[in-house]
Structures are given as structure tokens and as C-alpha cells.
Design a protein around this ligand. Structure first.
Ligand code: HEM
Length: 404
């Protein structure tokens, strides 16, 4: 049996700007050294789609690395640290099952489809504000998008959007593992926590007199029935805001980046709603935003390699499908392919993304309406990429367009 140290693995510079700018040459070279494993300063990187798919399902042998982040950021003893240890993604076993089951129904495809009109309305309002500008950094527009949709779905007045967006930006900084930022991150966490608490309180006060049948109602019922504690409800609200924010906005950035070079596809997005679904799925497959991390809790053997306890494993979920998997010409961006949905960007195993149907719906509705209002978009400055670890996408994507 071989151990990773016996293999001649390439070191991937995943934390460096050169990798974020274009991971292709590094990933291709890494796969010449070994078909599914590479090295990095963060840990072992799985470089093949099927290896990602199979290893990430080994839930009982893996743990999400919450304590690692808390330790590096020096946040012990704070509510932020408690959240890192107790939010859904950090849980496992029966506790995870109970919390996930309590809200899962609100995220099923049929439930999510009920939000369609509200999503269209919110995106329409956002475009009314932004389209007349004729040019903007797409990242700035996209960063309002997931918060505005969430506000629309939860019936929250829009005047708090900027506060929530700021708090979410700060929380995202914890991925950079920069200890100096911790005071701001902690205060952003507390701001969002108080905001979520006031939302839940006002729903409790409204009682059954004004049922909205939305995600908050599901949470409030779960607390009333004793299935979830108040902290668990608030952790879920925070996780939904945070989990849906960086991901959706960066994913929209990837979509726009592709469309800028494919004007005929953008035109078709304006006219053909089904084609928007295809563009979303193919972007998720080719250039997905998400990377997962796991600590090995129990040593295991995979394809003849022993993976020791305490190894950090990195799953670049959003890019492995452009090098491997059941896809013809996997490196090509082709919305016509039939099996794009076999991508891995929503994860695998017990933590499979709960918001995936909502995410796909809001992005597809979004690009359909954007393509109608932001016509003939072109680049208007340099594209700058965010670093790859965490959530990957355009940090700046300046565009100009004909406003409609
Ligand atoms: C493009 C958009 C999105 C992407 C790529 C994405 C990706 C992911 C991934 C990869 C995971 C698993 C992480 C892991 O196992 O390490 C995850 C989990 C999760 N996501 Fe998403 N996500 C997106 C949008 C959303 C949205 C909009 C929501 C809700 C509003 C959401 C809610 C969640 C929740 C609650 C979990 C934790 C599930 C669990 O631990 O059981 N996500 N997401």
C-alpha cells in the first residue's frame, strides 16, 4: 500500500494569484504526475472528478475543519467561534440530520419554485436601479443580488441591504485566515446575529395571523415544535445568508465572464429561459466557485493509497469537471451538453448544498432578466480574480452595455 509521501505529487500553488488567474496549466501538469492527487501548502488536493465524488462521500471518516479556522483567527470564546463549531456544516451524525431535516422541505425543488415570481420581482427592482448606469463593475451589481433575493423571499425591507451586504463581506474575510481582521469579522458577525434575532422575534410576534409559508415560517415552526433551539434557528438564518452570498455572486461573475465573449449566447438568454438553465449548469460544471475542505478523522485507503488521520484534504469542486469525468471535451464551455448536471460544485455526502435549487433558480431567472436589460455587454477594464481558496470568482469585472 502506498502513502501520499511515496508518490511524486506536484505542488499546486492554490493560494497564489497565478493559480486563481488560470488554474489550467497547474491542474493539467498535476494530473500528469498523478491521476487524482496533488500536493499544496494547505494539504492534499484531489484533482479528478470521480475521486472528489467518491472521497467526499466518506462522511464517517472526514470532519469539516472548523476548529482549525477558529484557532488561526484567535476567535475562541466568541459567539463567532461557537457558530463555527455548531453551524450545520460543522455538525455530523444525528444532530446534523435533525437540523437539516427541520428545514429541508423549504429548499425542495417544488417549494423553491413557489418563490419564482418574488425572485423575478426583486431582480426587476435591482435592474431598475442599476441598468440605467450603462456601465459598472459587475461584481458590485452581483454582490447586491443574493442579498436582495433573500430579502425578497423573507419580506425584509430593502433599507437594510447595504448593512447586511457589508457584514457578509466581512464574514467572507475569515476564509483569508488573516488574524488582524478578526475584530471587524466578529463585530460583523454580531451585527448579523442581532439582525437575524430581530427577524425571528418579529415573526414570533406576528404568530399565525400572517403566515408567509416561507423559509422563516419553517424555522419558526421548528422552534415552536421544539425541534430546533433558538441558537440553531439563528445559526441557520446566518448560514443561509452567508452560504448563499459569496457563492451566488461569484457564480454570476463567472457566467457574465463567459457571456462577454459569447454575445450570441447572451442574446439567446434574453429570449430563451430554458437556455438560461443550461448556461447556469454548464458554468457550474466548468467554472464553479466552491472548494471543500476536510480533515481525515479515521485513516482510510482509496485506490491503493493510504490517507492518514489528520491529513487535510482539499476538493476543488468547481474546476475538476473541466479536466475529468463523463464529459466530452470537458475543457470546452458548451451549454448544449446533456450531462452538465453531473458536476460536483454543490458537494457530496451529508453536507450536499441545501440551497442548490434556490441557487440555480435565482441565477437562471437573473441572467434571463439581465440579458433583456443589459444588452450588448462588453469589457470595460481589467478582470481581476479572487484568490482560489474559499469562494473563487471575479473580484472586479468592469462592463459597459446598452441599457434597456
Ligand atoms: C452557486 C451557489 C452555491 C454553491 C456553489 C454552493 C455550494 C455549496 C457546497 C459545496 C456545500 C457543501 C460544502 C462542504 O461540504 O464542504 C454547500 C452547503 C450548503 N449550502 Fe450551498 N452553495 C450555493 C448556494 C447556496 C444557497 C443560495 C443557499 C441557501 C440560501 C445555500 C445553503 C447551503 C447550506 C445550508 C449548506 C450546508 C448543508 C449541510 O451542511 O447539510 N447554498 N453549498
Amino acid at each position: 500500500m502506498q502513502r501520499p509521501t511515496d508518490l511524486h505529487l506536484l505542488d499546486l500553488p492554490i493560494g497564489e494569484q497565478i493559480f486563481a488567474d488560470n488554474p489550467d496549466p497547474y491542474m493539467v501538469e498535476a494530473r500528469k504526475h498523478h491521476p487524482w492527487l496533488a500536493n499544496s501548502t494547505f494539504g492534499l488536493v484531489l484533482t479528478e472528478r470521480d475521486a472528489v465524488d467518491e472521497v467526499l462521500r466518506l462522511d464517517e471518516k472526514l470532519k469539516t475543519p472548523a476548529s482549525h479556522i477558529v484557532e488561526i483567527m484567535g476567535g475562541e470564546g466568541t459567539n463567532w467561534a461557537r457558530f463555527q463549531h455548531e453551524c450545520l456544516i460543522a455538525r455530523d451524525g444525528d444532530i446534523h440530520d435533525r437540523i437539516r431535516k427541520a428545514v429541508a422541505q423549504a429548499f425542495r425543488p417544488a417549494a423553491v419554485m413557489q418563490y419564482k415570481q418574488r425572485i423575478q420581482l426583486v431582480i426587476g427592482q435591482l435592474l431598475d436601479e442599476w441598468a440605467p448606469k450603462g456601465e459598472f463593475d459587475f461584481e458590485e451589481f452581483a454582490s447586491r443580488f443574493p442579498v436582495a433575493v433573500m430579502f425578497g423571499l423573507l419580506g425584509i425591507p430593502r433599507d437594510r441591504i447595504e448593512d447586511v451586504k457589508y457584514w457578509l463581506e466581512m464574514l467572507g474575510q475569515s476564509f483569508c485566515l488573516n488574524k488582524d481582521l478578526f475584530p471587524e469579522i466578529n463585530s460583523a458577525f454580531n451585527g448579523l446575529w442581532d439582525f437575524a434575532d430581530s427577524l425571528i422575534e418579529s415573526r414570533f410576534k406576528a404568530g399565525n395571523s400572517e403566515p408567509k409559508n416561507d423559509i422563516l415560517d419553517t424555522l419558526v415552526s421548528a422552534e415552536t415544535e421544539g425541534v430546533l433551539s433558538r441558537n440553531e434557528v439563528l445559526d441557520l438564518v446566518l448560514f443561509m445568508f452567508a452560504g448563499g452570498y459569496d457563492t451566488s455572486k461569484n457564480q454570476l461573475g463567472h457566467i457574465m465572464n463567459f457571456m462577454l465573449d459569447r454575445p450570441e449566447m447572451w442574446q439567446r438568454c434574453a429570449e430563451d429561459r430554458d437556455f438560461c438553465d443550461r448556461v447556469v449548469d454548464e458554468t457550474l460544471r466548468h467554472s464553479g466557485v466552491a472548494t471543500s475542505y476536510r480533515n481525515v478523522d479515521t485513516e482510510f485507503i482509496y485506490r491503493g493509497v493510504t490517507i492518514p488521520k489528520d491529513t487535510m484534504l482539499i476538493f476543488p469542486l468547481g474546476i475538476v469537471c473541466r479536466y475529468s469525468g463523463p464529459f466530452d471535451d470537458p475543457s470546452e464551455f458548451n451549454p448544449e451538453r446533456e450531462n452538465a448536471k453531473r458536476h460536483t460544485v454543490f458537494g457530496r455526502g451529508m453536507h450536499l448544498c441545501l440551497g442548490q435549487f434556490l441557487a440555480r433558480l435565482q441565477m437562471a431567472e437573473g441572467i434571463n432578466l439581465m440579458a433583456q436589460r443589459l444588452q450588448n455587454p462588453t469589457r470595460n477594464g481589467d478582470l481581476v480574480w479572487r484568490l482560489f481558496p474559499g469562494v473563487w470568482g471575479p473580484l472586479h469585472l468592469p462592463i459597459k452595455f446598452d441599457a434597456k
